[in-house]
Design a protein around this ligand. Structure first.
Ligand SMILES: C[S@@+](CC[C@H](N)C(=O)[O-])C[C@H]1O[C@@H](n2cnc3c(N)ncnc32)[C@H](O)[C@@H]1O
Length: 209
């Protein structure tokens, strides 16, 4: 198996006094996360920069009174790094796959994350059950689909924070109709971790009127 990336110095800055829990999370990903098929072994040489820190920097957009739904959480990305980097907000990890939910529960319990709840569901089935002030999503469908699925679980003024790669402008263009129909604001693209991460994190923000 590939060697796990050495923890960058930047990690202590991002996680502050929660750095020990972040290290423990990295250990879970690199061991049972790979064994259970939640993360590929080829991701280990970039585990911190491409995954944990790439997600944690989004904490800049989360406020302490947010209730964040992390849609398609998978191995807890970005939800768990965010819960460590902005511990005053509350988080709901939304994931339909039983095996992934089981793994998430083990990890959340082990890290003692009292601000995190796990819900086994598809987000489009949560309309009458959950309401979020922010929804995060990484590597889950196109922006157009995310808007259709997630706008109904946003409270007034709530926002979608979609972590996207280089294709961000094309994705926004393709989602125009859905954005208008869902009465969301013009897309704002944030670049986070500039100067600290080799590839800064791009986040599309859409706010509900
Ligand atoms: C490619 S994985 C990404 C996982 C994680 N967000 C990451 O960045 O590593 C996509 C995840 O979305 C979940 N998913 C698929 N359809 C979904 C739905 N309708 N609602 C919520 N999650 C869904 C899948 O089970 C899977 O765990």
């Amino acid at each position: 198996m590939s060697a796990v990336e050495r923890e960058p110095a930047y990690a202590a800055e991002v996680f502050g006094d929660r750095i020990a829990a972040a290290r423990r999370y990295a250990e879970h990903l690199a061991t049972t996360g790979v064994e259970w098929g939640l993360i590929g072994p080829r991701e280990l040489p970039r585990l911190w920069t491409r995954h944990i820190l790439n997600c944690a920097v989004v904490a800049e957009l989360i406020t302490p009174d947010d209730v964040v739904g992390d849609v398609g959480s998978g191995a807890g990305l970005p939800g768990i790094p965010l819960a460590l980097a902005q511990p005053n907000a509350r988080y709901v990890l939304v994931e339909p796959m039983e095996r992934r939910v089981d793994w998430l529960q083990i990890v959340v319990d082990d890290l003692g994350l009292e601000n995190v709840r796990i819900v086994r569901a598809r987000v489009e089935d949560l309309v009458d059950d959950e309401i979020f002030t922010a929804v995060t999503a990484r590597a889950v469908k196109s922006l157009a689909v995310l808007v259709e699925w997630c706008a109904p679980v946003l409270g007034p003024g709530g926002r979608i924070l979609a972590l996207k790669g280089a294709s961000v402008d094309a994705e926004i263009d393709k989602a125009k109709k859905q954005i208008r129909r869902a009465r969301l604001s013009e897309a704002v693209v944030h670049e986070l971790g500039v100067g600290a991460l080799e590839t800064p994190t791009r986040v599309v923000e859409l706010r509900r009127h």
